[in-house]
Write a protein that binds this ligand. Sequence first.
Ligand SMILES: [Fe+2]
Ligand SMILES: [Fe+2]
Length: 247
Amino acid sequence: MKKTVLYDDGNIQWVVFGRDSSKPDSIIDTNEYLVQCQDETILIDPGGVEIFPNVLTAVSEHVELNTIKAFLCSHQDPDIMSSLPLWMALTPDAKIYLSWLWEGFVSHFGNEFSSNFVQIPDEGLQLTLGQSSFQLVPAHHLHSAGNFHLFDPCSGILFTGDVGAALLPVDHGMFVEDFEAHTQFMEKFHLRWMPSNSAKDIWLNRVRKLGVKMICPQHGAIFKGENVEKFFDWFDDLELGKLKRAS
Ligand SMILES: [Fe+2]
Ligand SMILES: [Fe+2]
């Protein structure tokens, strides 16, 4: 897996793992994010069971596994978190941050770690790691009914789950270079998976006030610099929720 350090101020470090060239083609490519703060680590959307060995190898080459104190699952999809039971066998004390809406469903993966869940209320939560605080930002219906993103006020990084996702070739770089050319890889995904214009409007209104410097989606490439605002504008203009009859 490719590893890219996105931010490091000596206190907080963000790393993304992705572009797993050894994964089967039938499995959608995902980005797994690691945030380390002092000696504590959170894994964000740790990924699916199929890629667990590769993610585990990449993560354990970067941090000691006993520093992993928490997982954030932005929502319930298998590519987000079907590896969780395997992770919990290695880090049995780690907390699992997840929307309250999904706990009863996700417990079907294994009820033995249900006491590790931290239910995120609909309005969000402050998450503390080391001595730093992160914001769990509501993103409901984008695309899941109970969905959260994570904002780091120090780095200005906003992790956005499936918002901003793009389906890219595995040799594509980790950052968006040409925004206008990149939209072709995002448009169909957002039109199909994001069901609600009003959910989009509420989210945009919320995140545009945060001072975002980098948008980090769970699939595809990362937006930074002027591409952050370009993404917000592009998403704003996209008309969601128009169903076509399946043929
Ligand atoms: Fe999803
Ligand atoms: Fe996804």
